[in-house]
Design a protein around this ligand. Structure first.
Ligand SMILES: [Zn+2]
Length: 183
């Protein structure tokens, strides 16, 4: 760019870019003021990045207004007296971030979508953590199962469980998930 005349340097652009890219570049509007460019974080009034505002941004993108997962549920989850690793894993489960067989097949990975443990359904997060024969037996033996989750997401299931469990049972449930994964 020719900063003196606030216009694109046609000679330089012609030397460096093909016709397609040149077109894209010329479409970029050039500021007529002499303000220096700077980096800033638009999610904070101070324009400085914070983990808190980044978390809120991700939550808003993943769970927009009207999502079945409520803010109260997240508060209850972060308030659990569990190691941070457990809470991090719970967040991943509820956000559906696990590479289950079902999600890998949706991303065109050539594997079977069936659960490798029971072979009785598509391995989703809900199946893996709630309705698979082994995990369902674990939840039942701990007295925390609450019935077949059907087609609801793991987050909705856990939220429903949180609404029915006492605080002690929430801690038990969170730590039981970690114990299951560490097995
Ligand atoms: Zn299974």
């Amino acid at each position: 760019m020719n900063t003196k005349f606030t216009r694109w340097d046609v000679e330089v652009i012609s030397d460096l870019f093909n016709n397609r890219d040149k077109e894209f570049i010329y479409r970029i509007p050039i500021s007529t003021t002499n303000v220096t460019d700077k980096w800033y974080w638009s999610k904070e009034v101070s324009e400085t990045y914070s983990v808190k505002s980044a978390y809120k941004l991700i939550q808003d993108l993943k769970f927009p207004t009207g999502s079945p997962i409520s803010t109260d549920f997240w508060k209850a989850l972060w308030a659990l007296k569990c190691p941070p690793t457990v809470k991090d894993m719970l967040w991943r489960f509820v956000s559906n971030c696990l590479p289950t067989c079902g999600s890998l097949v949706q991303r065109h990975v050539r594997i079977s979508s069936s659960c490798p443990i029971c072979n009785r359904g598509v391995e989703t997060v809900t199946h893996f953590l709630v309705s698979c024969s082994f995990t369902a037996a674990c939840w039942r033996s701990a007295g925390l199962y609450g019935g077949n989750p059907g087609d609801i997401s793991f987050g909705e299931w856990l939220q429903d469980r949180f609404n029915n469990w006492e605080l002690r049972e929430r801690h038990m449930g969170g730590n039981a998930l970690l114990g299951y994964l560490a097995r």
